[in-house]
Design a binder for this molecule. Structure first.
Ligand SMILES: C[S@@+](CC[C@H](N)C(=O)[O-])C[C@H]1O[C@@H](n2cnc3c(N)ncnc32)[C@H](O)[C@@H]1O
Length: 316
């Protein structure tokens, strides 16, 4: 018999409870994020922190500790704190603190790198009459059905941030039946909770996402496993994710949105590299640097910067 629940609940269970994906798996086994490509993100984070006069970096959703590990090598004087549901990975420098829960109060640069896209949210679809209805799913089979009209807070969020899927009330043009949206209210709440703990410093949310003019008409709920995009499954074997409404997150916390390829410094390491080994190293670095700046790829990641008592720098 089908056990229907909201996508938000099935998604939460699949990632975070029992044998959930993030209880059992290391992210790096399944997908490559920019900190795994090379030191560019760490270089930018260290420059942002030092540029704001900050000596602490708190990495929320630190995965396998890759970013804090590189930060420690680049700038050993930085105080580094990783916040992660998983236990401390072997081999992390002992100077890096590892904790499961966010500190109540924070000072420094707090970063969530591909953290918000793992925050589950309700999924809404326009029914044949273009009325928004919450999508329900049977986690065992993945089969879906449309449920009730979403709660008021979600309708309000859609109205402001994803009006095509709000339906035809209040003068908004209706979207087409079948159009979908992920209600980003839960991501806004999650990031607002983190920023509210920051007494002094810079909050940096880095994620793939969209802005009001570029929402994907069918939504973006999808799965990843073993380096490949796969169908969404709710059994804990797959990372379930959806792009982040970056402008909504920024608006909620008074932040600004920047594109990664604009924010990362353009210049590469200088030096006279004559030997074939040096030339090979240079080519490898060039390709790595291009990868994190690529148009249509990692370069499109959005950085939401929110300053508390510091001046947030603009693009390099
Ligand atoms: C997509 S991975 C990103 C890992 C890493 N930041 C990177 O970019 O490579 C998201 C990580 O956030 C962690 N996470 C999710 N919710 C969390 C929470 N509430 N507190 C701490 N960590 C969390 C997951 O366990 C997972 O390691």
């Amino acid at each position: 018999m089908q056990q229907l629940s909201s996508v938000e609940k099935a998604w939460t269970d699949a990632l975070f409870t029992g044998a959930g994906f993030y209880r059992e798996q290391w992210p790096a086994q399944h997908f490559t994020t920019a900190p795994l490509v090379g030191p560019d993100v760490a270089l930018a984070v260290a420059a942002l922190a030092r540029g704001c006069g900050l000596d602490t970096v708190i990495d929320v959703g630190a995965g396998g500790g890759e970013l804090v590990g590189v930060l420690h090598r680049l700038d050993p004087a930085l105080r580094l704190v990783a916040v992660e549901l998983r236990g401390r990975p072997a081999g992390l420098p002992r100077q890096v603190s590892w904790r499961r829960r966010l500190p109540d109060r924070m000072e420094g640069l707090v970063i969530g790198h591909e953290f918000l896209d793992t925050v589950p949210c309700p999924v809404v679809e326009l029914d044949p009459d273009a009325v928004p209805r919450e999508v329900l799913v049977d986690p065992a089979s993945g089969s879906e059905r449309l449920g009730a009209v979403p709660r008021t807070a979600d309708l309000r969020w859609l109205e402001r941030w994803w009006p095509a899927v709000r339906g035809e009330t209040d003068g908004h043009p209706a979207g087409l039946p079948g159009q979908r949206a992920e209600v980003g209210r839960t991501r806004d709440d999650a990031w607002a909770d983190i920023v509210a703990r920051l007494d002094h410093g810079l909050a940096v949310a880095v994620d793939y996402g969209h802005l009001r003019g570029t929402r994907p008409p069918a939504g973006s709920l999808r799965g990843y496993a073993h380096g490949r995009r796969v169908p969404v499954a709710y059994d804990g074997s797959v990372d379930i994710t959806a792009d982040v409404a970056l402008d909504a997150v920024a608006d909620r916390v008074g932040g600004t949105v920047h594109r990664q390829r604009d924010l990362l410094a353009a210049d590469g390491p200088a030096g006279d590299r004559a030997s074939p080994a040096d030339r090979l190293r240079e080519l490898t670095e060039e390709s790595r640097r291009a990868e994190v700046r690529a148009a249509g790829g990692l370069g499109e990641l959005g950085w939401v910067l929110t300053a508390r008592g510091v001046v947030a720098p603009g693009p390099a």
